[in-house]
Design a protein. Structure first.
Lengths: 429, 429
């Protein structure tokens, strides 16, 4: 019974189900490490990644097994690096995939879908990665959950820390939107506003991670954390009837989400759960004011030169993207592209999605919609391509940017006054 | 396949499935009317309500049929007044029911659940009623969707209007929170800010409904609209394994939600889908600054005297509740109660829920948690009662009220500066 499944998913499961993780492995030199809170290779300083025993996965996984699972991201537990009984379940994941007919018509795309994830517990995709990282932090017996954040991550870490009863410290640039600061502080986290860019915040946190036994979800827990993003590939494939889309459009900050969606699709193909992901083109969208990955793509080099961000899309304001190099590799192997949304079109993108599909996204979503429009116009996405645009955050957290376009008619409660006010408004528009 | 179901639910269904509605019926004198956009009895001026052919419902409905349905509120289509092919589906409903162990421990409640509905498309329970009302408005061939709103309704009507391609007009008191105004305007609705209370807004809209062919979801569409709230009873019963809780705590504004949850539970019992709802006690929570239903309950009269609202919980600021009388009747027949949350405890309630369960609610949710605490303390809810608290709105829409409690530590990106700032903070707390 589905409801029972959903209900049970809120409590810890009794039957232990161990993860299929084999080791951590360096993405550069291939050195293997035990499953510990480590993120950099001792030999070559390359980033570590979770390595699975895919034979063990293949023996148990099936479409049917997934379909019978909980209505959350934990239905894909076989491909996540957490023992099932440790999963800190806040009902994250299995968010809707919506057919976007109205927006598709505007952009000339006949098979457009929106994967929207702002229905997660803290209203961004970060709940997926934090669910994994916080479960892992409990497993490693950390007392403190922490992060360096451009905004959404702070809220998610704070909420998960509250639910898990952990001490929580979140670090962010002090110019962050109010909704994101409030949306973290409300859960009782210690908020640290750093007078600097995200990249400076990140450096401070890396130093802190070296000197304190704190679980920084996106630093020392990063190999586990980033795996949570794969669920955005699994869900889309399942919701499309077990197939990969022709095109994905994904917002780009560190580049981690982008590379992990690609990894997830390929895992499904390798395991025979979908036919193939060979036809899928991966497109990454950045805001023009912070588009180092787009610049590298345009210059045809995998080496991403750091920039100082100056963008309205603060959640994407990472000037030195940790997965920039791998993002370019993902574009190359999928035949995709990188696209920059002009700063002045970000709010237009937010409006367009809201007015056509009734979905209110934040600046990162505005970047995706603006990027999608460019990709459709340039022919990089063709009219009949089965296209999925990832909308990863919620507009209520970045209200400042749409404030100028909100313009109510004012009236007294008297009928005649209202008619007069409306007539005046209609004359001016 | 579940995913397929969810996917299909985004498009209109092909097989027509007509609703089981028989007529509209006056709640006072029982006069029957055809299914039209009418809301007041011509004879006695009583409110009209949808009347179903329950024999027809009983012939088709079953737990299995519901379980096979879409993962949205439309799984209960047999008990909603909309023909299936008209349903305007924005993935509303079937939101999580969360076991609240941490909060339960704080309040001495061993079986506490949170039904949270801020994961709906516009982040409040209003999407449930507007889904029904907007579908009905399309069926009646209205061009304009409208409402009188205390905030959340405006956002929901605007989003549904955008998705349906309708002209949209939303009316609200001009002192509304910014997040609620923005959260409506972004979808392209015409915003009308009325210098007055909600009750004055409502009177203006009633006049407009008489003179324009506009579908005011909560005025001339009210009989259909209000039925959408029943899904909050159905889902809870299903998610509890097909049984009714011992106690429900529901926020009270017009009182409609409260009475419809009770109606929904009783429908399930009458249809044999649950054993009984006879043990369920219905508790309504209002903010002290606008608690006319609580006052009537305390004075042991079903006649609710209008008040002028003065409350932090603007979404509950209805001084003259349309369903006040029926709310008192619901309390009487269920053996429940009405409880007022002191104004100064509303923000405490918001904080308590966030810090224990990682759920960030708006002021209405703060009222519910504060009311729940009083009910537990007074023994009206007993420690082992299976209790469901309804959290109907999202904290990101009422950020103003928590602003004063958010207090970040400020630092430069230098490690030593951070250590100094933290030490200073720790001294002051």
């Amino acid at each position: 019974m589905r409801a029972g499944v959903r209900l049970r998913a809120n409590t810890r499961r009794r039957a232990p189900a161990l993860s299929n993780v084999k080791s951590l492995q360096c993405r550069e030199c291939g050195s293997e490490y035990p499953v510990e809170p480590q993120y950099v290779c001792d030999f070559c300083f390359g980033p570590l990644e979770v390595s699975y025993d895919y034979d063990a996965v293949a023996r148990v996984i099936s479409r049917e097994r997934i379909t019978r699972g909980p209505l959350t991201m934990w239905r894909y537990h076989d491909l996540l690096p957490v023992d099932a009984e440790m999963a800190l379940d806040m009902n994250t994941g299995f968010t809707p995939l919506t057919r976007a007919r109205n927006l598709g018509r505007m952009l000339g795309l006949n098979n457009l879908y929106i994967k929207h994830v702002s229905e997660n517990p803290t209203f961004s995709f970060k709940d997926r990665v934090v669910s994994v990282a916080s479960a892992k932090a409990l497993e490693f017996e950390f007392d403190t959950l922490a992060c360096a954040s451009t905004g959404n991550l702070a809220g998610s870490v704070s909420a998960h820390g509250a639910k898990a009863g952990m001490n929580t410290m979140v670090f962010f640039p002090s110019d962050l939107e109010r909704g994101k600061i409030l949306g973290a502080g409300i859960y009782g986290a210690t908020l640290v506003a750093v007078d600097g860019t995200y990249d400076q915040v990140n450096r401070l946190c890396s130093e802190l991670a070296d000197n304190h036994r704190w679980a920084f979800v996106n630093i020392n827990m990063r190999p586990f954390y980033s795996e949570g993003s794969k669920t955005l590939a699994y869900e889309v494939a399942e919701q499309l009837g077990w197939r990969a889309p022709d095109a994905c459009v994904v917002p780009g900050a560190s580049g981690s989400l982008f590379t992990k969606i690609w990894k997830g699709l390929n895992e499904l193909a390798d395991l025979g759960l979908i036919d193939s992901a060979a036809h899928t083109k991966m497109h990454i969208a950045q805001a023009e004011g912070c588009s180092p990955i787009v610049t590298a793509y345009d210059e045809d080099t995998p080496h991403v030169r750091p920039v100082t961000p100056d963008t309205i899309a603060k959640s994407l304001a990472i000037g030195n993207p940790a997965d920039g190099y791998y993002s370019i590799k993902t574009i190359e192997s999928s035949g995709g592209s990188a696209v920059a949304a002009p700063e002045e079109e970000v709010v237009e993108g937010i409006q367009l999605l809201a007015e056509t599909e009734g979905i209110f996204t934040e600046t990162a979503g505005g970047v995706v919609i603006s990027g999608l429009r460019k990709l459709a116009k340039s022919g990089k996405i063709r009219p009949d391509d089965l296209t999925v645009a990832y909308i990863t955050g919620n507009g209520l957290k970045t209200q400042e940017v749409v404030e100028p376009i909100i313009d109510p008619v004012f009236t007294t409660p008297a009928y005649e006054d209202f008619m007069t006010s409306m007539a005046a408004r209609e004359e001016t528009v």
